[in-house]
Design a protein around this ligand. Structure first.
Ligand code: KG4
Ligand code: ZN
Length: 340
């Protein structure tokens, strides 16, 4: 089965051609047009500009993905597109384009939940993964831990009470004037560090419920910058900035992984999947490998280009879902729930 996958839920406009084979999905092409130059000056995604950007980008990413894979619309067995959640104006660009192409060429169509896409990003390198699996989805909008019994089911176990882990990276980079998007820049600074700054204090929850909180990190970085204003100007080559990034990254990685061993045992999980943009983080990848080996968990970490938002993961998820018999009545849903 040859599937065209489309994704534009936030600020990446992406199309991919994926071939579903008996041995699992294979990326035949993956095209992504970044909007970093559009949103960079604002230090975060501006929804209206993102939607307009997608309108200009959608045709060329589709054409690019088809050309790179050497296929035409006639060769497609299915079109899969993100239905939500996300920014509604952004979602609508690829959603509407996909319906138009499917209608014009009579191609079966399926709408996909964005998080099922991130889950299925792991299928490219680990198609034979055993379930149940714990699934850590960490991005600019999500920091959620799920239990999955297969590639199309996610049952929420815990999530952040406030900011997503990706926001902590992005906001830190903003306060340190490193640029946008923050995650890869903080990661590079942290890797260059020869020593870590003072560690960040983990949050304490009085109600005893399992969860995460990352908004305190933002305040922590802000206080350190207020104490030492030089940090905001010194830039990525400064040893103190690098040390701060390293402490931040160590804290985020440790906090994210802390609940995994107990929950794996409680739910009999034999695998751990980590996906979403923050799964590109070098420290998190290394710490997760160490922890999974110690716990006897099989770790599935998609390659970095498949961790951030992309059309291939949507195609991989769409390959496993039933095509929609009535695509024309479907709409994008900014607040789409899992299982809806
Ligand atoms: O999954 P994604 O592409 O989009 C959302 O659905 O949010 O994730 C984007 C997030 C951003 O917050 C970005 O800073 C973060 O992933 N990110 C990283 C790294 N690469 C991307 N965070 C930490 N380290 C990285 N190397
Ligand atoms: Zn995402």
């Amino acid at each position: 089965m040859i599937i065209l996958g489309l994704e534009s839920s936030c600020d990446d406009c992406s199309a991919a051609v994926v071939e579903e084979t008996p041995a699992g999905p294979v990326v035949r092409s993956l095209v992504r047009e970044s909007q970093d130059a559009i949103h960079g000056p604002f230090g975060g995604v501006v929804p209206e500009l993102a939607a307009r950007g997608h309108l200009l980008q959608v045709r060329s990413v589709i054409a690019g993905a088809l050309a790179e894979a050497g296929v035409g619309l006639r060769d497609l067995d299915r079109i899969a597109v993100t239905r939500g959640p996300g920014l509604v104006g952004s979602l609508l660009a690829t959603f509407s384009a996909s319906k138009a192409v499917a209608w014009r060429h009579g191609i079966p169509w399926v709408g996909v939940h964005h998080l099922l896409g991130h889950l299925n990003a792991a299928r490219f390198s680990a198609p034979d993964l055993a379930f149940p699996a714990l699934v850590l989805l960490v991005s600019g909008g999500h920091t959620h831990l799920y239990l999955a019994q297969g590639w199309t089911s996610l049952h929420l176990l815990q999530k952040t009470r406030d900011d997503a882990a990706g926001e902590a990276f992005d906001k830190t980079a903003r306060m340190l004037n490193l640029g946008y998007p923050g995650g890869p820049l903080v990661d590079a600074c942290a890797r260059a560090a020869t020593r870590a700054a003072e560690p960040f204090t983990p949050p304490r929850f009085r109600d005893g419920k399992a969860s995460w909180s990352f908004s305190g990190l933002k305040t922590g970085v802000k206080l350190r910058v207020e104490r030492n204003p030089r940090l905001a100007e010194a830039g990525a080559t400064d040893a103190d900035v690098q040390g701060l990034c390293r402490s931040l990254q160590e804290a985020i990685s440790a906090w994210l992984l802390k609940p995994i061993p107990d929950l794996a045992q409680e739910h009999g999980a034999c695998s751990l999947i980590i996906s979403g943009g923050v799964a590109c983080n070098s420290r998190l990848r290394a710490d997760a490998a160490t922890m999974a080996a110690r716990q006897g968990l099989r770790l599935a970490l998609p390659e970095p280009r498949l961790c951030t938002d992309n059309g291939a993961m949507i195609a991989a998820a769409g390959a496993l879902l039933a095509a929609d018999s009535e695509p024309w009545s479907q709409n994008a849903d900014a607040d789409l729930k899992l299982g809806a």
